[in-house]
Design a protein around this ligand. Sequence first.
Ligand code: AMP
Length: 216
Amino acid sequence: MADAAEAAPAPGDGSGRSARVVLLGPPGSGKGTQAEVLSRALGVAAISTGDMLREAVAAGTDLGRLVEGIMKSGALVDDETMARVVRERLGRTGPGAGFLLDGYPRTLPQAETLQEILGAAGSRLDAVLSVEVPEDELVRRAVARHRADDREEVVRERLRVYREKTAPLIGYYERLGLLRPIDGYRPVGEVTAQMMAALAGLASLAPLDRAAGVTA
Ligand code: AMP
């Protein structure tokens, strides 16, 4: 993994490559970690809506006050609020630029909003990496992590919400021909290698084959 980071181009290195990628997966699937690694390897911004909301809570903004209790309970913030957050964030870098979205979309209306934001900018998604991990393993990882919002009942609630609201996105993106299933029940480096291999075939990332070889 360290090798991949060293060999990779720096973000915004002017190579002109870009990837517009969604990382889909249940809480604890490791997609946040992978987003960071891929961000360095591909030279595109990792955008985590969870991190953005946690920053808003820490800063005590209006948004932070609105979402704090919701986040603690394991529920989802409403689609309209999330649309505002993501529209603003993608507007800042320009939605045509590359990005790795971690934690958005999480509902079908959010997925449609994303299509709309990108479409209005003459852009579109390149791929959706769907990280698959057995549920028992997710609970085990979460309990081992001991984060404030990781009490087992909250973990189970987050998984329930994932199954009910987010899992339908797998079929949605499959129908759009964007879905790339990734086996997340593997060591971190192997998961990264699978992701790089899944993205290496993208026309917009054609020169990336070498970088993928470094990671594998
Ligand atoms: P995460 O770090 O991605 O697991 O997000 C932490 C929490 O932030 C989630 O449990 C939700 O309460 C909230 N959140 C983050 N992203 C979204 C989203 N796209 N839609 C609704 N709620 C979100």
